[in-house]
Design a protein around this ligand. Structure first.
Ligand SMILES: Nc1ncnc2c1ncn2[C@@H]1O[C@H](COP(=O)(O)OP(=O)(O)OP(=O)(O)O)[C@@H](O)[C@H]1O
Ligand SMILES: [Mg+2]
Length: 316
């Protein structure tokens, strides 16, 4: 425990040059891709850590230092049959930030992500104990409307999974099934494609099949499809693992922009990616949350030697 930074420690500073590299072209993005939904979500209850600038690690739910988080997970356990896949997880996820989940294969990252919009409900031998609050509502309470939850908590998967229909219809699909009036749909499609930084590339081919797009474009289409139902939170499960470096960069840049309006959680195996785009990081190992805090602290001064071992590539 309390490992000091090793000579070989992953250099967060080298990766970022001290600041978020995507912040510089902010104005360009806003002018071209600004999302202006009619029912835009308001973030009037802005929540921050009390110690936002104090240099202390981000506290977990149980420390009592947290003012308020959009997601609060308390003593969460999950089993697949006898496999205890998540062990007593407590964590708070702040609003309008990018939170990265890292850890070796099989440690439970995707499982944990899926608990946040109850995707695990579909797995028959999956059992959950504990609580997850989103906006102070326990999402595992009996009265929770799971369809509404999945609208509020969107998900983008590792492999782009467009529906077998046109580009336009992919994005219109969610608003249509949620009963949005017909005349609002073209505007939502356009705004969502702009929000996903895809509009310019597809505006003249909206009727083409989604499968005619490249892999990176398909992934941005899936992001547009998620934005179209106006979620509060977007879960990304290794969204770039099948993409080339240029498409990866586009998605990373997009995620950095999206956090202004959405809370983002991203699972990634790419340490540089976690360092580049996330504000907070949580390191998981064998179903346990080993350490969480501001990304700069996790990478530059991890408190647990297992975290250090993982980020310096000694295992995983
Ligand atoms: N649908 C399922 N049914 C039964 N066991 C599962 C299921 N999904 C995951 N598991 C098990 O739960 C554990 C955690 O798996 P999970 O997919 O969450 O890991 P992960 O950290 O996302 O790994 P990776 O980095 O390889 O995607 C593993 O032991 C896995 O075998
Ligand atoms: Mg996974």
């Amino acid at each position: 425990m309390n490992a000091t930074k090793s000579e070989n420690a992953f250099s967060f500073a080298d990766t970022l040059n001290g600041e978020n590299e995507f912040d510089s072209d902010e104005d360009d993005f806003e002018s071209e891709n600004e999302i202006e939904f009619e029912n835009e979500i308001e973030f009037e209850n802005e929540t921050e850590f009390e110690n936002e600038n104090s240099g202390e690690p981000a506290p977990s739910f149980s420390t009592g230092k947290v003012k308020k988080k959009i997601i609060e997970v308390k003593d969460l356990d999950l089993w697949y049959g006898n496999n205890h896949a998540l062990k007593n997880i407590s964590i708070g996820i702040p609003k309008n930030k990018v939170f990265a989940f890292i850890g070796p294969s099989g440690c439970g990252k995707s499982t944990f992500l899926r608990t946040m919009n109850r995707m695990n409900d579909m797995i028959s031998n999956c059992r959950i104990e504990g609580e997850i609050y989103i906006d102070n509502e326990n999402i595992y309470a009996k009265e929770t409307d799971v369809n509404d939850l999945r609208k509020r908590v969107g998900m983008v998967f590792q492999k782009a999974n467009p529906f077998p229909m046109s580009i336009y219809d992919n994005v219109a699909y969610g608003p249509r099934i949620h009963g949005v009036s017909k005349k609002k749909i073209p505007g939502i499609v356009e705004e969502s494609l702009k929000g996903a930084a895809l509009w310019k590339e597809v505006k003249d081919r909206l009727k083409d099949s989604a499968f005619s797009l490249s892999g990176g474009q398909q992934q941005r289409l899936c992001i547009a499809r998620t934005l179209a139902v106006k979620p509060e939170i977007i879960l990304f499960d290794e969204p770039c693992s099948a993409l080339d470096p240029i498409s990866t960069r586009k998605i990373e840049e997009l995620i950095t922009k999206l956090k202004k309006e959405y809370t983002i959680i991203i699972v990634t195996h790419n340490m540089q990616q976690a360092a580049r785009i996330s504000d907070y990081t949580a390191f998981f190992l064998s179903g346990e949350l080993v350490e969480t805090g501001k990304t700069v602290h996790i990478f530059e001064n991890p408190q647990d030697e297992r975290t250090e071992g993982y980020i310096t590539g000694r295992f995983g």
